[in-house]
Design a protein around this ligand. Sequence first.
Ligand code: ATP
Length: 133
Amino acid sequence: MKTLKVNIVTPDGPVSETEANMVIATTEIGEIGILPGHIAMVAPLQIGALRLKKDNSTVHVAVHGGFIEVRPDVVTVLAQQAELASDIDIARAERAAKRAEEKLQAKADKLEMQLAELDLRRAINRLNVSKQK
Ligand code: ATP
């Protein structure tokens, strides 16, 4: 089965450099599936899951925004933060979700509310992806 190279990079360094038969990403316009030979494109990513399918297994990655760049033989994901499901600290994400919910309930100013909403979305994404490992 044909494969694609997949590189996931954050400002802290590479999160994963691997090969996959198929990559499924959550872009701003919905989920896309990328197979080897896909046309070149760049798309913004949502806070969501990235799934790397290889043979009969799937690696799940929590990706918090950023961009996906597709070339026929390479997929590069550039994100501010990304974590493999197996690296997610569930207790930390639960604490982050609780903190964000408390901030949202406190009804602070608009910017703080927007930041808390993003914190909550990141924490929920981590919790959802961590269940898939
Ligand atoms: P927190 O409020 O728990 O710190 P956050 O989304 O604000 O969450 P940052 O502090 O900005 O996260 O992240 C610093 C680093 O820690 C990043 O590399 C990020 O990928 C990683 N990280 C954050 N939360 C988790 C988690 N629950 N499990 C594993 N890595 C995490």
